[in-house]
Write a protein of this length. Structure first.
Lengths: 283, 104
């Protein structure tokens, strides 16, 4: 009897999810330990020179808006605070770990981070997120696609080809061709890494809000859904010839009205130089 | 594209990236407003130019064709459609460095 291909089958037979990067694991542990200090966090980052360098580059990028140029991780930690630093280290490590630092997915992911940030700060949506956190949510929304590119490249390419020829979004084809879509794979990776539940569920549901079991989670997923659509419309898709999905429900759930969209898009378009800057900082 | 905005009827571009057409120096795409009014969006210049994006509309029950700036009909469009239009305009005429639109 043929075993049906689904997310469980894929994770058991085909895909090995990478483990949480050691430096990030240590940072999360320190930040959750009431006995540890910000200085301990700075030292932990410094012990990984590659991550320390990227963290510094990111901290000095326009995305984080520091008024002074920082040259030490400890200084960056002191200025930015624990939560921002955790997001910075997450940003600095995740694409390294997933062995991707170039290509459409990487560019799309950065653009989605900037789009999510624009929607959050200009759309005034009711989510307990800071703009830099929204950036990280957007950045991570397609991590499942990177896993699929690593383990099932041919199947993913086939799904994208069908998407182009049938003019439907690729995620709708992935289940058919692969057995699960990239959002399911990404959601499982985020859960395995014990990232905050709001990130994991938003990644899982960013193409299907019904995967969330409450309205708060749905709003996080909706933020990623509209950010993804904005990037495709802007010509920054995760695959060539991407077909945009329906984001009407997401905009409605976020409570963003049409008259607010021009201001959101102004912010998003103005952030385009950051795509290049962040790409270089993270490479 | 957007079909589920509560205030909207099924709308506009099933895939705007494929629906934009070059017409002279401008770019034209189909649009359906929330109330079912159909027409065209004509992009002729960047966003900072008044009239850079115009809507050419005809009421459902006939009547004269009206030409209105995009800003005058925002409330009658679904958010996703505004995103699609503004992105197309920026890609065609803007200076933010987005990939070119390449209308058919």
């Amino acid at each position: 009897m043929n075993t049906p291909r689904n997310i469980e089958y894929l994770l058991e037979e085909i895909i090995t999810l990478p483990s949480l990067p050691a430096t990030l694991a240590r940072i999360i542990q320190l930040l959750n330990d009431p006995e540890s200090s910000l200085s301990d966090v700075g030292k932990a980052i410094t012990q990984d020179p590659a991550i320390a360098l990227k963290t510094l580059r990111l901290a000095n990028s326009a995305a984080y808006g520091l008024r002074e140029h920082v040259t030490s991780v400890e200084h960056a930690v002191a200025l930015l605070g624990a939560k921002v630093i955790q997001n910075l280290v997450l940003t600095a490590t995740v694409f390294d770990t997933l062995s991707h630092s170039a290509g459409l997915v990487f560019q799309h992911s950065i653009a989605a981070g900037l789009a999510a940030r624009a929607v959050l700060r200009v759309g005034r949506i009711r989510l307990p997120l800071q703009p830099d956190e929204a950036f990280v949510y957007g950045l991570l929304h397609d991590i499942g696609k990177i896993i699929l590119e690593d383990y099932m490249a041919e199947d993913l390419m086939q799904a994208e080809e069908v998407s182009r020829s049938r003019r439907i979004p690729a995620y709708q084809v992935e289940c058919e061709v692969i057995g699960a879509d990239h959002a399911e794979v990404g959601g499982r990776l985020a859960m395995n890494w014990r990232l905050p539940e709001s990130i994991a569920s938003a990644i899982l549901a960013h193409h299907d809000l019904s995967r969330c079991d409450n309205d708060d989670s749905r709003r996080y997923a909706a933020l990623l859904n509209v950010a993804d659509a904005m990037c495709i419309e802007a010509g920054l898709p995760s695959y060539e010839g991407a077909v945009v999905g329906d984001s009407g429900e997401s905009w409605a759930l976020l409570g963003v009205e049409s008259v607010t969209i021009p201001a959101i898009m102004d912010d998003f378009f103005a952030s385009m130089p950051e795509v290049q800057e962040l790409t270089e900082a993270m490479s | 594209m957007s079909t589920t905005n509560p205030s909207s009827s099924p709308s506009t571009f099933s895939n705007p990236l494929n629906n934009w057409k070059q017409q002279g120096a401008g770019v034209v795409g189909p649009v359906t407003l929330n109330d079912g009014t159909r027409g065209r969006i004509v992009l002729i210049g960047p966003r900072n130019v008044p009239g850079g994006a115009m809507a050419v509309l005809q009421d459902k029950d006939g009547g004269p064709v009206k030409s209105l700036p995009l800003t005058a009909i925002l409330e009658r469009l679904a958010p996703a459609d505004v995103v699609a239009i503004l992105c197309a305009q920026e890609r065609q005429f803007g200076e933010s460095g987005l990939p070119a639109l390449n209308p058919s």
